[in-house]
Design a binder for this molecule. Structure first.
Ligand SMILES: Cc1cc2nc3c(=O)[nH]c(=O)nc-3n(C[C@H](O)[C@H](O)[C@H](O)COP(=O)(O)O)c2cc1C
Length: 158
């Protein structure tokens, strides 16, 4: 099984840490959303799509990339890091776009990430040190389940 992870991580590289951890387990190639093109997708059996959450959704570049894709009956998974709130809801738009393109979403993962956006920087940010070792372990375990899985979800428990 050949896997590709397409991601964006622009705030504190929180999501990049998760992406790299998953890539190691899956022996996946890693690409930023602006580096990937449609042709890349066809060479892989499993595609991961992930980013930080910015204004209640995945990064614009990732959403635009999903929008550009032609229908593919391929396996996919979604992941994110976020400051607070409900990742299940934050994933909704990307999940919908990928499903519309024919992707079969076999898993979703999320964890909190260090966040200093806006006024949060005046209090030193929230979720300092996250993702931490425990989160990276969860990411590895999640990635393992994708290898044989039909479906798995690991949302951060608030
Ligand atoms: C412009 C901006 C908007 C954000 N909006 C949200 C949001 O709507 N919900 C949330 O939970 N976190 C939000 N965050 C926090 C990020 O999702 C969080 O810090 C994430 O781990 C960043 O990932 P990255 O370091 O990979 O970019 C926002 C951060 C920034 C910079």
């Amino acid at each position: 099984m050949k896997a590709l992870i397409i991601y964006m991580s622009v705030h504190h590289k929180n999501t990049e840490k998760i992406a790299m951890e998953m890539a190691e387990v899956l022996d996946a190639d890693l690409m930023k959303a602006y580096e990937a093109n449609e042709k890349d997708i066809s060479r892989y059996d499993l595609i991961g799509f992930g980013s930080g959450i910015y204004f209640f959704r995945h990064h614009r570049k990732l959403l635009e990339f999903a929008e550009k894709l032609v229908a593919k009956k391929k396996k996919a998974f979604i992941f994110s890091t976020y400051g607070g709130g409900s990742p299940k809801i934050y994933h909704k738009l990307l999940r919908k776009k990928l499903a519309k393109k024919g992707f079969r979403i076999i898993g979703e993962f999320s964890c909190k990430g260090y966040d200093t956006f806006g006024p949060l920087k005046f209090i030193g940010g929230i979720n300092k040190g996250k993702p931490d070792e425990k989160d990276l372990k969860r990411a590895r375990e999640f990635a393992k389940t994708l290898i044989n899985s039909s479906h798995s979800s690991k949302y951060e428990k608030n």
